[in-house]
Design a protein around this ligand. Sequence first.
Ligand code: 2SA
Ligand code: GDP
Ligand code: MG
Length: 424
Amino acid sequence: MPALVLVGAQWGDEGKGKATDLLGGSVDYVVRYQGGNNAGHTVVIGDQKYALHLLPSGILTPECTPVIGNGVVVDPGVLLHEISTLVERGIDTSKLLISGNAHLITPYHRTLDKVTERFLGKRKIGTTGRGIGPSYADKINRVGIRVQDLFDAGILTQKVESALSDKNQMLVKMYNRRELKVEEIVEEYLGYAEQLRPYVADTTLVLNQALDQGKVVLLEGGQGTLLDVDHGTYPFVTSSNPTAGGACAGSGIGPTKITGVIGILKAYTTRVGAGPFPTELFDEDGEALRRIGHERGVTTGRDRRCGWFDAVIARYATRVNGLTDFFLTKLDVLTGWEEIPVCVAYDIDGVRHDELPMSQTDFHHAKPIYEKLPGWTEDITGARTFADLPKNAQAYVRALEEMSGAPISAIGVGPGRTQTIEIN
Ligand code: 2SA
Ligand code: GDP
Ligand code: MG
C-alpha cells in the first residue's frame, strides 16, 4: 500500500508538475493536498504544454484518478474554467474527485488579498492575489465556507451573510472599497453547485480504501518547503503546509501509510514574491538563469528571482520532510558556465552556519559561503543515462547529493516528459 509524497524542496517551481506527470503512469491516484490556484505546475507532453493550477498533474494520465483533497482551497469559477479548458484540449476530466471538506475561495477573499497587499506597501508578501491567505484565515477562524456548503442553500446564505457583515466593514471602512452583496455571491456560488456535484466525494474514504486494496497514491504539494507557513521563511510564505506532514492532514491519509517522500530540487534556486533569499543574484548570471530556465511565474507571469544552488536549504528540506530521495531538475540550464558556485553554508554576522538559522533576523543577514564546482559545455538535453552526462555534470550531481543529505534518484535535463535520467 504505497503512498508517496512529492514536495518542493526550495521556494516552489522546482518542476513538481513534470515529476508528478512522470510518476503518473505508475500510480492510481494523484492528490493535491494544500494550496489552491496560486500554484502553477507545468507539464510538457510532446509539443503540448499544460499549465495546471488547481487540478493535480495526474489529470493528464488517463489511468490515474485526480483528487483535490480537503487541505486545498478551491475557487470554483477558476476550477470549472480549468476543467473546461482541458476538456477542449481533449483531456478526460470525468474521474476528478473533490473533497466536500475543502474550503472555498470567494470574491471577498480575492479582494482582501489584493487590498491587504497594497496596504502593506513595502512590507508586502508578494502573494499571487488569488485569495489564498484570506480563505485559509477563515478556515482557521472557523468561519470558512466548504465545498459541501454549496449543496445547502440555507447554510450557504447564512455563512456568506455572517462573513460579509464582518468583511464589508473592513473593506468599506479600512480599504475604501465597495460593499459586497450577499445575494450576488450566493447566486453565483449556487450556480457552481450543480456543475461541481458529480465530482464531490468523501475523498478520505476513497483514498484509504484504495490503499487497503494495494493501490498507489501520490500526494502532490502545491508550493515548496520554504513557503510552508510553519517551516518556511515566515511571514514570506503561503498560508498552508506544503511540507510532507501537510500531505497527511490535507488528504486524510495517516502518517503510517506514507512509504516515501520525494523532494523536487532545482539545480539552482528561484523564488517568486518577497522575502529573504541568500543566494539571489542581481547580475548577468541571475539574468542568464532566468532567461535560459524560462523563470517566469506560471500563474501571475512575474519574473522569478534567481540564484545559485543553496545546500543549506536542501539539507533543511531533507530534515523537515523526512525525504527519502530527490528528483534533481533543470540540470540542463546550467550548461555553459565555466564554474558553478554552490552555497555550502552561511556567514551570519561573522559566524559560520551549516544549518538554517533558527531566527528570521539571522536568515535575513545570511551571506552565502560558496564552493565553486567545475562546469561543462556539452548539450545534455539528450542524455538518458547517468553515464551520458559529462564528467563535470556527474560530479556536480554527486556533490549536490552529498551536501543535501538524500540520494538523487532522477535528473531532469529538459522540460519534456522523456528528458529524464533515472538512477537506480
Ligand atoms: P499566496 O498567493 O498567498 O500563496 O502567496 C504567498 C507566497 O507564496 C508564493 N507562491 C508561489 N511561489 C512560487 N510559485 C507559485 N506558483 C506560481 C508559479 C507563482 C506565480 O508556479 O509560477 O505565477 O507567480 C507560488 N504560489 C504562491 C508567493 O509568490 C508568495 O511569496
Ligand atoms: P512546479 O510549480 O514545481 O510544477 O514548477 P513550474 O511548472 O512552476 O516551473 C518549472 C518549469 O521548469 C516548467 O516550465 C517546466 O516545464 C520546466 N522544467 C521542469 N523540469 C525541467 C528540466 O529538467 N529542465 C528544463 N529545462 N526545464 C524543466
Ligand atoms: Mg509553479
